[in-house]
Write a protein that binds this ligand. Structure first.
Ligand code: NAD
Length: 294
């Protein structure tokens, strides 16, 4: 089956590669043409051309504004002649997902909202958690494609509800990364070995996705190359805060987490890897966490 794929970045490229390896005929577009060349897929020159050539179009794009533009803007997916289903794998928040759903519905294009969790490693291994909302029958029809990327969870038929689930997940991921950074910096200042700290945390009740994955992979070895930009984490926390404020629910922890990530983006730069979030903690404490034990 021909599948369209738009956005071949840190996440999109390994996901698209898995689809090619699974035998799908892929037509792809990224505004960076080198990304399509790397993939060995058929290249399109616009989102509309992708949607002229495939019934199912997937997208993995950086921000809500880019997803909206690619899906519904000029030369966007909405203008395609063949497309029946648009599956957005990006984190855009529920308001943008609803906007995309409503605009595509005017052209009888079904929107499935499908943000993902699991990072670049999960994308490479086909081990992502995909959170999907939209019509159940469309979720079932997309099953063979989504199954190549990971485990697809049906969140509900309400447009945008998968985005709400994703924002809840990422607020926790954002939270435990800064919390783990803060306590490991404290331990190192007190003279503890950070490698021992991470081993103990992972064997005990302090284990988090940060101690299990981000610290061993990118912080202790000081490679800071996990593959998720600080600006994207700031975006996810901002989207969470917008939704939570609109709902009128407590945001005491989210507010603090948002402030810490905003400060990290300022000091490390928006394009820095999000694992550099530990550096402002290190600088304030006058210590360095790592390097990893050989
Ligand atoms: P990225 O910045 O690495 O990739 C985005 C890609 O989109 C780039 O290749 C860029 O050239 C392309 N692009 C930008 N504007 C475009 C346009 N107008 N038309 C076509 N292509 C365009 O981002 P990423 O890390 O791959 O993240 C993609 C999405 O997945 C984001 O919404 C992010 O929040 C989410 N996400 C990322 C991770 C991660 O670990 N990186 C994990 C889960 C979810």
């Amino acid at each position: 089956m021909t599948i369209g794929f738009i956005g071949l970045g840190n996440m999109g490229l390994p996901m698209a590669r898995r689809l090619v390896e699974a035998g799908h005929d892929l037509v792809a577009f990224d505004r960076r043409s080198d990304a399509v060349a790397q993939l060995g897929a058929q290249a399109a020159t616009s989102p509309r051309e992708v949607a002229d050539r495939a019934e199912t179009v997937l997208a993995s794009l950086p921000t809500p504004a880019v997803s909206l533009e690619v899906a519904t803007g000029p030369a966007g997916v909405i203008e395609g002649s063949r497309v029946k289903r648009f599956i957005d794998l990006s984190t855009v928040g529920s308001a943008t997902a609803v906007q995309i759903h409503d605009l595509l519905a005017t052209r009888d294009i079904v929107a499935l909202d499908s943000p993902v969790s699991g990072g670049v490693g999960g994308a490479e291994r086909g081990a992502l958690a995909l959170m999907v909302s939209g019509p159940r029958a469309q979720f079932d029809a997309a099953g063979p494609v989504l199954g190549v990327l990971g485990h697809a969870f049906y969140v509900g038929d309400k447009p945008g509800s998968a985005q709400t689930m994703k924002l809840a997940n990422n607020l926790l991921a954002a939270n435990v990364l800064v919390a783990t950074a803060e306590v490991v910096v404290m331990g190192v200042k007190a003279g503890l070995d950070p490698n021992v700290m991470i081993e103990v945390l992972n064997a005990g009740s302090g284990a988090t996705s940060a101690s299990r994955d981000k610290f061993p992979r990118a912080i202790l070895p000081r490679t800071f190359d996990y593959g998720f930009a600080t600006a994207l984490m700031v975006k996810d926390v901002r989207l969470y805060l917008e939704e939570a404020r609109a709902l009128g629910v407590p945001i005491e922890i989210a507010d603090t987490v948002g402030r810490l990530w905003g400060a990290a983006a300022q000091s490390q730069g928006p394009d820095s890897d999000f694992t550099t979030v530990i550096k402002p903690f290190e600088e304030a404490a006058g210590v360095t966490v790592g390097p990893a034990r050989r």
